[in-house]
Design a protein around this ligand. Structure first.
Ligand code: SR1
Ligand code: MG
Length: 419
């Protein structure tokens, strides 16, 4: 591989990558036998599928700019370094959940990794009305393992501090989240986009000082509370599934932040899949059945998260926080303290959830669940439900003491005519 960065393309890729043993061993030594396709449909990177006589791999390469916008928005190649480091930690904390990494080149911003042949992006499955067995349990447990095992509840404090120092340097990607997710939806930012018809609702959100203060409070936690390594972008486009297997990809936005961040972002994306269903299903009974399945996924993801967190609390609490020396070894239960912490995680998750529901309709980078709706009046009507429920979640996060309240709220908003 050349030392100096050069983006791969269909012409230069075979010769360049066949020189790398770790790649040639996985695909085949002769690049003339390779079939290469560029399949990147995300907002940032190049993604190639390379198929050869020995096997198939994925190669992901960072571009020196944001692909969605172009070279007017430069972006560090180092995001591949943070993704690589996050993939290793995901695999360590929840073995088998992330694609296996075969090769990493920092200068080229390049990661070669496992091709998930039978898996499909979860967002596409949710739009198509397909179900995945075991989804809630796999992802709920994964979020708990990532939250718990990357924190001072579990890690040696020196290792935790080294992780914090490492991921603090992913500040360009954190800045994207700080701006696009937490800030831009709440003022007239340059790159904002919204469906026509939502103007009244947008004014309502931007005039709501209590709402904006709560969002800023959550931004303070995002940027200052380095509790654990989060995936950082855990939406349904970062999950790949077969009918009964689930994997998590794309942790390039990894950062050290609040333990509820990933869970909240994920629930938001399920709620947006829920609200968009009337545009994607052909009968109201299909819509209702599938919407209930999505709500069931939200409920069981949250329950799996809590169950796994409690299990880890009882069996893997080896860090400096809430040590047994302070509780159990003196004959005192730590369960009340654990419940307080779980409550704080839940409030953060609910708040992040509401914010993510806002940004996907108001800022840059919308999601396909709504973007694939051609009937713009219907799109605006469904997005309005999503936006107002997002507001309710942010304002009421402290009093929604269980996932059931969220499910009921979603059913209620799904019936409302807001515009
Ligand atoms: C400019 S990047 C826009 C969005 O795409 C990524 O997937 C993240 O969600 C980011 O906010
Ligand atoms: Mg991504």
């Amino acid at each position: 591989m050349y030392k100096e960065y050069e983006p791969l393309n269909l012409d230069n890729l075979p010769n360049r990558l066949s020189e790398i043993n770790e790649i040639a061993d996985r695909v085949g030594a002769d690049p003339k036998t390779w079939i290469v396709n560029e399949v990147g449909d995300g907002n940032l990177n190049l993604v190639f599928i390379i198929k050869g006589p020995v096997g198939t791999i994925i190669v992901k390469q960072a571009l020196p700019y944001v692909r969605l916008v172009g070279d007017s928005w430069p972006l560090t190649l180092d995001r591949a370094f943070f993704e690589y480091n996050a993939l290793l930690r995901q695999d360590q904390r929840d073995p088998g959940i992330a694609p296996e990494v075969y090769y990493f080149d920092k200068e080229q911003g390049l990661i070669a990794m496992e091709y998930l042949a039978e898996h499909k992006i979860l967002r596409q499955k949710l739009i198509a009305g397909e179900k995945v067995r075991g989804l809630a349990s796999t992802i709920g447990k994964h979020c708990a393992k990532l939250a718990f095992k990357g924190s001072d509840l579990h890690m040696l404090t020196q290792d935790k501090k080294n992780d914090v120092a490492l991921f603090q340097k992913n500040n360009e990607l954190m800045a994207i989240t700080e701006n696009l997710v937490f800030t831009d939806p709440y003022f007239e930012a340059e790159m904002n986009q919204n469906t026509k018809g939502l103007e009244g609702i947008i004014k309502l959100l931007r005039d709501d000082v209590e709402l904006k203060s709560k969002v800023q409070h959550m931004l303070k936690k995002f940027t200052s509370n380095a509790e654990t390594m989060c995936h950082g972008d855990l939406h349904s486009g970062s999950i790949m599934c077969t009918p009964d297997k689930t994997r998590v990809i794309d942790p390039e936005f990894a950062f050290c932040g609040p333990m509820g961040f990933d869970l909240g972002m994920l629930i938001a994306n399920y709620l947006m899949a829920f609200f968009s269903q009337p545009a994607h299903r052909s009968s109201s009974s299909d819509t209702e059945t599938y919407q209930e399945w999505i709500l069931n996924i939200i409920e069981n993801t949250t329950k799996s998260f809590v169950d796994e967190f409690i299990l880890l609390w009882k069996t893997e609490r080896k860090g400096i926080l809430y040590p047994e020396s302070v509780f159990e070894n003196q004959g005192h239960s730590s369960l009340a303290a654990m419940n307080d912490l779980l409550q704080e995680i839940w409030v953060d998750a609910v708040t992040v959830c509401g914010i993510e529901m806002h940004r996907r309709c108001l800022s840059l980078a919308h999601n396909a669940d709504f973007e694939e709706i051609n009937d713009l009046a219907l799109k605006a009507k469904l997005e309005a439900r999503n936006l107002i429920m997002g507001r309710e979640l942010i304002l009421k996060a402290h009093s929604l003491n269980g996932v059931e309240y969220i499910l009921e709220m979603a059913r209620d908003f799904n019936r409302k005519e807001l515009i």
